[in-house]
Ligand binder design. Sequence first.
Ligand code: SF4
Ligand code: SF4
Length: 187
Amino acid sequence: MSRGVRLVGLGIVKGLIETARNFIGSYRDPRRLVTVEYPEVRLPPVERARTFPMLVYDGADPEAGLRCVACKICEKECPPQCIYIEADRDARGRVLKRPRVFDVDCSVCMGCQICAEVCPFDAIKMNTEYELAVADRFGGLLLRKSQLVRSTEYHRTVHPQEAVEIDAQVAQARARAEAKARAGGGG
Ligand code: SF4
Ligand code: SF4
C-alpha cells in the first residue's frame, strides 16, 4: 500500500473518531451540540451582532432624550439611501436640532453600520433584533422613529462594551457643554 493511500485512510479514521466523540459527547455536554432548538432555545446575543439601525435615547423620555440632532450625515452617507430624515421646527418655522421624521427602510438596508460609524453624536447604533418578518414587505419594513427608538439601557444589554464606552463619552460631552453654558451665562 502506497504512503498516500495510508495517509488518506488515517485521515478518514481520525475524522470518524472525532465524529463519534462529538456524537457520544453531545449526550453528556450541551456545549458539543452545534445546533440549538430555535425558537424554544435562543443563543445569547453577542457584542458584534447587528441587524438594522436603532435610535438611542438617554433617560426615560424617547423624545426628550433622543441623541439625534437631525444633522442628516447618516442620511447622506447611507449607501443604498434608505434613511429619510426631516428636522423638527418650532412654531415660527425655525429648524430645531431634533428629527420630526426619521425613517429607515429595512427592506433596503443592508446592515452595513456606516450610519452608526459616521454619526458624530452616537445617536444611531445597530440593533440585534432579527424576528422582523412581516406580511407586507414594503410597508411593514419601513420603520418609523417611534419604532426605531431604544433606551441606553437596551443598548447596554445588546452591545455592553460599546455602550459603556459611548455612555462615558456622552456624559463627558454633556458635562463640558453644561460647564460652557454656565460660564457663558455668568459672563
Ligand atoms: S442619527 Fe446621527 S448622523 Fe443621523 S441625523 Fe441623527 S445625529 Fe445626525
Ligand atoms: S446600516 Fe447601512 S444600509 Fe442600513 S441604514 Fe445604516 S448606512 Fe444605510
